[in-house]
Design a protein around this ligand. Structure first.
Ligand code: PLP
Length: 713
């Protein structure tokens, strides 16, 4: 079974270990480097990026009279190895801050042992550090650690078992100052060295990619050891042994480390040779912090990664991480501003975070929010009374989401059929339309003609029939004495903003009345001003027997929905027949009441009619050959694209790149349904962006050969 690696798992425990020794370098003051970096707040910076970060230990070289430098070094490395070993075994990443590079022997021995002897190493250094006591011109230990880790001491090969790391898993990056003996040794062992010339020829990202492959090929994990003298001295002058210019640029290193540094296989990290006494303007200290920042900053998984990992994949969102909204604008996590031409499928008709709605919400939230319907509340009556008044309905059943209100409508219609109409028990039928969308509960998908909504979810409830949308005669033919209700969207939104022929709703309403069948309008998406009237049914002077509302009823802040009907219809429900813990709670009622008042006060229906007509006209004027149809009513507009040339999904991505939020529907249609209170300037700006997006799509697709012949219109 494929292993699921949680992105959250990349948030690691980081144990910072100060290897505060300078015995291997000519300037022993580098021993102060690690503590200097600790004092600059390095641990806290890592913690701020979401990791658990601790200062694990400070290991010092203990020189005592009579002990040789080599003996002191051995003890120091053994102690350091103990610390890194314990950290890796705990599952933490040791970050070793070393005074000079000879600490690497201890760091990597401890890590290798914890990994069961299978360590890979990326050695970033201006030097090759592959001298032995026998070959070193200076005799300084910091020029020897790589040779020792490869099992080579004083010129003789150690038995392979004593090598800490296999040569085939070591890659040296950025060398630009070395002696022939070192080159010969590494070549003999087969260690890949990518020197500065090669990096300058092909780029650091390619070199780092190769190094990563070498260090991870068959190993249990890998480490990165960074000698700061590998960097260009202009970026990091405060090192023990500066090497003339031409080193790795800090920006380039940061980029590769940001992209690949915190690979899940990274076992440990080491940064060495910082000498604060040579770091006059703190440039090297800043270089170290910025490197640590990018490595551990990259660790925090993106919201996209986390959502993809932890959320069921029942949506395929467009790649924008939205963090803020105001009116008709939203902003993403990198500060880009978008014009919202989608309004969360009409739920945000009032615009984002309308101040009156936010005020109503916070006022009520700090007064009384949820009571359940076990008691009366002072908020619910005001809301449903106003809602019944605005829709000319007798009663309302409050719920939360649209599908809950649709479910309530189905239940009520059946009960009405048995108790009022006299349909025999369990024989009631409900007629819906092909291409409908009323939600995705088990009962509702039973009415769907969309194969994907139904497949895999059976057995499905029965008692539903379908007729073609827009065909009133088909409805008349489908009605039987057992028909309880006809459920219809005045405009089919999710199907792609499909308008029925003029007069259809009125004809259907008449047919229903003549046959004692309830005409129930699902205005979850079309209602509350979206199409330019308070209800879309009003365009044909139709007054439904039952009405489903949702989405914008919650003012874009809360899920609030309702099923409304005549008293003889909703009156069939008795206590216990139906219910919802949250339906009609005081908080929802307060917000929904304010949402209704705003529609009236801001004349959102009239705005929708006026601006919608203008938007429709301007979209039709674009005249892109990719557009097959532009249709809609009010600010509820669909643009149908030629599927032979471009998919609606690709178009939505291009719109996103132009700062327009829209969404593809059924592969061919993109919708434009901005908040109803969008202002003129913003709408004009949206049109400029939409035209630019179409120009880009035209340029791309009209020069390229067609994917398949255009389907007959
Ligand atoms: C017409 C219609 N009815 C019902 C629903 C379901 O609403 P919800 O997603 O709030 O359950 C939708 C949602 O898009 C809809 O468009």
């Amino acid at each position: 079974m494929e292993q699921r690696v949680a992105p959250i798992g990349r948030l690691r425990e980081v144990t910072v270990i100060a290897a505060a020794a300078g015995i291997g370098a000519p300037d022993p003051r580098c021993a102060e480097g690690p503590e200097h970096l600790l004092a600059s707040g390095l641990v806290e910076r890592i913690a701020q990026r979401g990791h658990v970060a601790v200062h694990g230990a400070t290991v010092r070289a203990r020189s005592t009279r009579g002990r040789t430098r080599l003996a002191v070094h051995r003890t120091f490395c053994a102690e350091l190895a103990h610390e890194t070993n314990a950290a890796v075994k705990r599952g933490a990443i040791p970050l070793v801050l070393g005074g000079d590079h000879c600490c690497a022997v201890g760091t990597w021995q401890g890590v290798a042992e914890a990994l069961g002897g299978s360590l890979g190493l990326i050695w970033i250094d201006a030097h090759l550090d592959s001298h032995t006591l026998g070959t070193s011109p200076s005799g300084m230990l910091h020029g020897m650690p790589l040779a020792e880790l490869l099992g080579v001491v004083e010129g003789s090969h150690r038995p392979p078992a004593l090598a800490t790391v296999a040569p085939r898993n070591v890659c040296v990056l950025g060398a630009r100052s070395y002696e022939a003996e070192e080159v010969a040794l590494l070549a003999e062992l087969g260690v890949r060295v990518i020197d500065m010339d090669e990096i300058e020829a092909h780029g650091l990202d390619r070199a780092f990619g190769e190094a990563l492959e070498i260090a991870t090929g068959g190993t249990g994990g890998f480490g990165i050891t960074l000698d700061l003298d590998a960097l260009d001295p202009a970026d990091a002058p405060g090192v023990n042994l500066p090497v003339g210019g031409g080193g790795i640029g800090l920006a380039a290193l940061r980029k590769v480390l940001a992209e690949r540094g915190l690979d899940p296989r990274l076992a440990a990290l080491e940064i060495v040779e910082f000498n604060p006494h040579r770091d006059r303007d703190a440039r090297t200290e800043r270089a170290v912090t910025s490197i640590v920042d990018v490595i551990f900053g990259a660790a925090a998984p993106s919201p996209v990664e986390r959502e993809r990992f932890f959320s069921a994949h029942n949506y395929d969102p467009l790649p924008a991480v939205l963090v803020r909204g105001s009116g008709s604008h939203v902003w993403d996590d990198v500060g880009r501003r978008y014009i919202d031409m989608m309004s969360a499928y009409s739920a945000v008709s009032h615009g984002h975070c309308h101040p009156r709605l936010v005020a109503a919400l916070t006022r009520q939230a700090s007064t009384l929010a949820v009571t359940s319907r076990a008691y009366f509340s002072d908020r619910l009556p005001a809301f449903i009374e106003r809602l019944c008044g605005l829709t000319d309905m007798d009663m309302a059943l409050p719920a939360n989401t649209g599908l809950e209100a649709v479910e309530a409508a189905l239940k009520v219609a059946r009960k009405w059929a048995y108790e009022v109409k006299g349909v025999p028990d369990d024989c009631a039928e409900i007629i819906s339309c092909e291409g409908n969308f009323h939600g995705r509960s088990i009962a509702i998908i039973s009415m769907s003609s969309e194969a994907q909504y139904r497949q895999g979810f059976g057995p499905l409830p029965t008692g539903f029939r379908q007729v073609p949308y827009g065909d009133a005669r088909a409805l008349a033919a489908a009605i039987t004495p057992n028909t309880a209700a006809f459920l219809v969207e005045p405009i089919q939104g999710e199907r792609g903003i499909v308008l029925p022929p003029p007069g259809y709703l009125a004809q259907c309403a008449r047919i229903c009345r003549d046959n004692n069948v309830l005409f129930i309008a699902d205005e979850v998406q079309t209602g509350l001003g979206r199409t330019g009237r308070f209800l879309a049914c009003e365009h044909e002077d139709v007054h439904p027997d039952g009405l489903v509302l949702g989405k914008a009823l919650g003012g874009g802040l809360l899920p609030v929905s309702a099923f409304l009907a005549r008293a003889d219809v909703l009156g069939v429900l008795r206590p216990g027949d139906h219910g919802s813990t949250f339906g009609g709670n005081p908080l929802a009622a307060a917000v929904a009441l304010e949402a209704l008042e705003i529609i009236v006060d801001e004349q959102l229906c009239e705005r929708s009619a006026r601006l919608g007509a203008e938007l429709l006209r301007e979209l039709r004027r674009i005249g892109s050959p990719l557009i097959r149809d532009v249709r809609g009513r009010g600010l509820f507009i669909g643009v149908e694209l030629d599927p032979a040339a471009v998919t609606a999904h690709e178009a939505a991505l291009v719109f996103l790149a132009h700062g327009i939020l829209t969404k593809d529907t059924h592969e061919t249609v993109i919708r434009f349904a901005p908040p109803l209170n969008i202002d003129r300037d913003t709408l004009d700006e949206a049109l400029v962006r939409i035209r630019a997006a179409f120009a880009e799509l035209d340029a791309k697709h009209l020069s390229a050969p067609r994917k398949r012949p255009r389907a007959p219109a």
